[in-house]
Design a protein around this ligand. Structure first.
Ligand SMILES: *Cc1c(COP(=O)(O)O)cnc(C)c1O
Length: 396
C-alpha cells in the first residue's frame, strides 16, 4: 500500500526526544497560575522547597546557583566564574555537546586541550590520566566532562574519571555537564567530588526549557575568588548577596511551582527507583534496536556496552538511507517526534529519548512507530524489535 498523503495528526503527540522531555500533567497544573511577586510571602516557601530539592537531587550539601537560561547559560556560568583569560582546560571529547562546551571556552579566551575519542567508543580513561600526569606545571585548571553525551547515547564513568585525577594528584577542578543525566541516571556530586555541575530544567526534571543551574563545591568557590573572566549576569559573588542566593533579575515564579512539583514526583517515586526505571526502559530500547540491526539494519551507535546511556539511545542508519527521512515518516504518519543526529551525525543518526516522565506503553508506542516506518520506507532491518522489547519488559 502506498504511503497515504499527510493528514492532520490526531491523538496525542508522542514525544520521544531526549530534551525537552514530556511534561507531566501535574507539573503543567502546578505552573498554571497567575503571577505573584517573587518576594511574596506565599512564594518564598515554594522557592525554598524547590531550591533544597535540587540540591537533594544533585546529592550535594554545598552551593547552588540558578539562572534564567537554558543549559548553555549554566555552561557559561561554570567557565566564567571559575577561570581566567588564557587558562587551560582539559575537555574529554564525547560528541557534539563536549565540542560545543569546548567552543564556548575558546570563545571566552581559554586554551582548550582535548582528550580525543572515537564518538562510538568514548575516551580511554587512561588517556585522561596521561594528560594530567604530563601536566607537571599544573597549567590545566579544569577537567570538563559531559556525563551523558546526548548526541551519541554514551555515559562516561565519573567515578573512574575522578579516580584518574586523584591518581595523578592533579589539583584541577572537575566540571561535569549533567544536563541529560540528572534525575535519570545515578549522579552524586559530593561523593564523586565534583566541583561544578551543570544542570538544566527540560530533561530529567521534566520542566519547560529556560531554567538552568550549577552545583558548586567549596573548592570551586575558592577558585572563584581569583577567577578573572568577564561575567555579570551569571556572577556568583553577586548572587551570594541576594536573598535568593541566585538569579540576577526576576525569578521565574511559575517554573518554580513546576520545579517543586517535579521534586515531589521524584521524591514520591524515589531517586533509586527513578534510576531503575530509566535502566529498564533503556534496556528494552536497546533490545529492539539490536533486533533491527539484523539484515544490515539500523544499529546502536554506541559500541561500548558498559557505557550505554540509560536516558537516550542513538541509532545509526544503514548506509544509503537517511535518518531524517525516517523521522519524517514517523512524524507524519504516527505523530511521533524523535531526536535528529547532531553535528557530524546529522542525517545518519536518529535518537530516542527515554528519560523523564515515561512508562512502558509510551516507549513501546515510539518503538512501534519506528518499526512500522522501517517497513513503510523499505529500510532493511530485522523484524521483531518491538517483540523483543515487550518480552524484556514483561520479564520473560
Ligand atoms: C541539552 C543539552 C545541553 C544544552 O542545553 P540547552 O538547554 O539546550 O542550552 C548541553 N549538554 C547536554 C549534555 C545536553 O543534553
Amino acid at each position: 500500500m502506498p504511503n497515504p498523503p499527510t493528514t492532520k495528526p490526531r491523538g496525542r503527540h508522542f514525544f520521544a526526544n531526549p530534551g525537552p522531555t514530556n511534561i507531566p500533567d501535574s507539573i503543567l497544573r502546578a505552573m498554571d497560575r497567575p503571577s505573584i511577586d517573587f518576594m511574596d510571602p506565599e512564594f518564598v516557601p515554594v522557592y525554598d522547597a524547590a531550591f533544597a530539592g535540587v540540591k537533594r537531587v544533585l546529592r550535594t550539601e554545598q552551593h547552588l546557583f540558578m539562572y534564567n537560561a537554558s543549559g548553555h547559560g549554566a555552561w557559561e556560568a561554570s567557565l566564567t566564574n571559575l577561570l581566567s583569560p588564557g587558562d587551560t582546560i582539559l575537555v574529554l571529547e564525547s560528541g557534539y555537546f563536549s565540542d560545543e562546551w569546548a567552543a564556548m571556552a575558546r570563545g571566552h579566551g581559554l586554551q582548550v586541550q582535548v582528550v580525543a575519542a572515537d564518538w562510538r567508543r568514548g575516551v580511554d580513561i587512561a588517556d585522561v590520566g596521561k594528560a594530567l600526569a604530563a601536566d607537571t606545571g599544573h597549567a590545566i585548571k579544569a577537567v570538563c566532562v559531559v556525563h551523558n553525551e546526548t548526541a551519541t547515547g554514551m555515559m562516561l564513568p565519573l567515578p573512574e574519571i575522578r579516580a584518574a585525577i586523584d591518581a595523578a594528584a592533579h589539583p584541577a577542578l572537575l566540571l561535569v555537564d549533567t544536563i541529560s543525566s540528572l534525575g535519570s541516571l545515578e549522579f552524586r556530586m559530593d561523593d564523586w567530588k565534583i566541583d561544578c555541575v551543570v544542570g538544566g530544567s527540560q530533561k530529567g526534571l521534566m520542566l519547560p526549557t529556560g531554567m538552568s543551574f550549577t552545583g558548586v563545591s567549596d573548592k570551586a568557590m575558592q577558585a572563584h575568588e581569583t577567577a578573572k573572566l568577564h561575567r555579570f549576569y551569571f556572577d556568583w559573588t553577586m548572587m551570594v548577596k541576594r536573598a535568593s542566593k541566585s538569579f540576577i533579575g526576576t525569578i521565574p515564579v511559575n517554573i518554580f511551582y513546576g520545579l517543586r512539583e517535579s521534586i515531589r514526583l521524584l521524591d514520591e517515586e524515589g531517586l533509586d527507583a527513578v534510576v531503575a526505571r530509566h535502566a529498564r526502559l533503556a534496556e528494552a530500547t536497546r533490545r529492539a534496536v539490536t533486533v533491527w540491526a539484523g539484515n544490515n539494519g539500523p544499529r546502536l551507535f554506541c559500541m561500548t556496552p558498559g557505557r550505554f546511556s540509560n536516558s537516550v539511545t542513538a541509532i545509526l542508519m544503514p548506509e544509503g538511507t537517511n535518518a531524517d527521512a525516517l523521522r519524517k515518516t514517523v512524524r507524519e504518519r504516527f505523530n511521533v517526534s524523535l531526536g535528529g543526529g547532531l553535528g557530524k551525525l546529522s542525517g545518519t543518526v536518529f535518537r530516542i529519548g527515554h528519560l523523564g516522565d515515561l512508562n512502558e506503553p509510551m516507549l513501546l508506542g515510539a518503538l512501534t512507530a519506528i518499526e512500522m516506518a522501517l517497513r513503510i520506507d523499505g529500510i532493511p532491518h530485522g523484524r521483531g524489535g518491538v517483540e523483543a522489547a515487550m518480552a524484556f519488559l514483561a520479564g520473560e
